[in-house]
Design a protein around this ligand. Structure first.
Ligand SMILES: NC(=O)c1ccc[n+]([C@@H]2O[C@H](COP(=O)([O-])OP(=O)(O)OC[C@H]3O[C@@H](n4cnc5c(N)ncnc54)[C@H](OP(=O)(O)O)[C@@H]3O)[C@@H](O)[C@H]2O)c1
Length: 284
């Protein structure tokens, strides 16, 4: 078998235009900076359309940081629980940066609630925010992504793979999101569009920060993670950047769990089983 020697090329890689929802939040920021770092490594110019629910100093500050890191960036705003505003966000991105090469649907939230008395309005809100928004934005971005043979990456959750009791419709909404990504991957693969999901585990962000102000809770949580620490936004960001970018050119319809191993830790917690690691022994 012979191997041909690749011809060296000096061509600049195609420009990247990524729309990131929830960009000014914890994981969103991690995603933006990871996308920039990856573009720099690849030698590709990058434009980020950083989406937030409304104008804010937080968003302005992020835009200044993204530009300082080497990207061009624009802020775009809209409430993604409203389908019309989802479509408008994609239009704002296109108006300022041309065709998208990557749609990153990261915005979302959980909230406490027991199914036995969960208000239907709360169920609907959870699905509109975490699931329907991704469908509507992906549909709106589809023509652009066909032209660029681009990617869609959604931030789901380990709660979309394992039931999360006491969190209302969150697990069901993220599970539906994972399946939506798999279905889009099947329907749009022929157009060259790849669609994947990332499932973070416990990640330290503004959403979860109140939990970690109690050192005892933080230590207890760390002790359940085989890798011995709580995830950081950059852990998720690097994974999203990989799946959104050229390194994942043959990956579609997948959900990648980024949780330090906690999801698979359950069976080690059954008392009396040989090989059960002592609780609280996770290395720092
Ligand atoms: N942190 C974790 O442990 C964890 C674990 C698993 C999955 N996740 C998922 O990771 C994603 C990011 O979460 P995070 O921890 O980074 O939380 P975060 O810091 O609160 O960020 C969430 C972002 O979502 C945006 N958002 C919320 N409601 C919106 C709306 N109606 N319209 C537009 N944008 C809206 C917010 O934008 P504004 O600030 O502009 O309002 C916020 O920046 C979520 O999908 C979450 O479900 C997080």
């Amino acid at each position: 078998m012979t191997h041909s020697t690749p011809t060296p090329t000096t061509a600049t890689p195609a420009p990247i235009h990524a729309l990131v929802t929830g960009a000014a939040g914890g994981i969103g920021r991690g995603i933006c900076f990871a996308l920039i770092a990856q573009a720099r490594r690849d030698g590709a110019p990058i434009h980020i359309s950083a989406a937030a629910s409304a104008p804010s100093e937080k968003l302005d500050h992020l835009l200044a940081e993204l530009r300082a890191a080497g990207a061009t960036a624009q802020g775009i705003t809209g409430d993604i629980t409203d389908p019309a505003q989802c479509v408008d966000l994609v239009a704002q991105a296109h108006a300022g940066g041309g065709d998208l090469t990557a749609l990153v649907c990261n915005a979302g939230a959980s909230g406490p609630g027991r199914l036995v008395d969960l208000p239907v309005a709360q169920w609907d809100h959870t699905f509109h925010l975490n699931t329907r928004s991704v469908f509507v934005m992906a549909q709106a971005a589809y023509p652009q992504l066909v032209r660029t043979r681009g990617s869609i990456t959604a931030v789901a959750s380990m709660s979309g793979l394992t039931p999360h009791p006491g969190y209302g419709g969150y697990s069901a909404a993220k599970a539906a999101l994972i399946m939506l990504c798999r279905q889009m991957a099947q329907e749009w693969g022929a157009e060259g569009i790849r669609v994947n999901a990332v499932c973070p585990g416990m990640t330290h962000t503004p959403l979860t920060a109140p939990v970690y102000t109690d050192p005892a809770v933080k230590t207890q949580r760390e002790s359940l993670v085989p890798l011995g620490r709580i995830g950081q936004p950059e852990d998720i960001g690097r994974t999203v950047a990989f799946l959104a970018g050229p390194g994942a050119a043959y990956i579609t319809g997948q959900s990648l769990v980024v949780d330090g191993g906690i999801s698979d830790h359950m069976l080690t917690m059954i008392p009396g089983r040989p090989g059960r690691p002592p609780i609280g022994s996770a290395p720092k």
